[in-house]
Design a protein around this ligand. Structure first.
Ligand code: SF4
Ligand code: SF4
Length: 199
């Protein structure tokens, strides 16, 4: 099934990206302060549906999709529907689906863009610059020495584009991107349910 292939391919890209980001973070020392999540509270995050195909699949597989959609239909806040603003008070991460988060979520704070000379430049946040200034500087040095080794946004975007351009090109508010991913998998999981029910 094409949908299953897309989910598997995106998960494979994320697996490689996580390894790449982990190595970069380990050498540079880049690290988010525990339970920060300030970037998740931004109300203008844009993403593409393909980034959330693994999350959508997981929501169907675990029977949580209707509750999630109800949350999107009746939001308690105007940022990402995966974020629990009360979590950090309880010593938990704010993202309720961290393992299944999108490309933008994985790269934000740790990803690089190419400047006009095609050299990678770290795109990070104010918090990281304030709390890990040395690591930010170290990441810049790493990029100057090994530009091809850095986790670069456009490289990973191209990987997703190659999987399915129709799902990778459109950029939209993050909650809409998640909703489109859920809709794209509706018939795939409906078929599976019907097959299961008829057995
Ligand atoms: S990327 Fe920045 S804002 Fe987001 S959690 Fe990390 S430190 Fe906080
Ligand atoms: S999916 Fe998770 S990591 Fe991404 S913006 Fe939403 S809460 Fe944050």
């Amino acid at each position: 099934m094409r949908q299953k292939w897309i989910i598997d391919e995106v998960e494979e890209v994320f697996k490689e990206l996580d390894k790449h980001l982990g190595e970069t973070a380990q050498v540079s020392g880049l690290k988010c302060p525990d339970f920060c999540g300030i970037c998740c509270r931004k109300t203008d995050i844009e993403a593409s549906p393909i980034e959330f195909m693994p999350l959508a699949a997981w929501l169907y597989q675990t029977g949580k999709v209707n509750d999630f959609l109800a949350k999107l239909d009746h939001p308690e806040h105007d940022f990402c529907g995966c974020f629990n603003p009360g979590a950090s008070d309880k010593g938990e991460w704010g993202c309720q689906y961290y393992e299944h988060r999108g490309l933008i979520c994985r790269l934000f704070g740790f990803g690089f863009r190419l400047n006009r000379n095609s050299l990678p430049v770290l795109v990070t946040c104010k918090i990281m610059k304030q709390t890990h200034a040395e690591a930010v500087a170290k990441a810049g040095e790493m990029a100057a020495v090994n530009p091809d080794e850095m986790p670069i946004f456009s490289n990973y975007f191209m990987r997703l584009l190659a999987i399915d351009p129709d799902l990778a090109v459109p950029q939209m508010p993050i909650n809409q991107a998640i909703r489109v991913a859920i809709e794209k998998l509706y018939f795939y999981y409906l078929d599976k349910e019907e097959i299961r029910d008829s057995q």
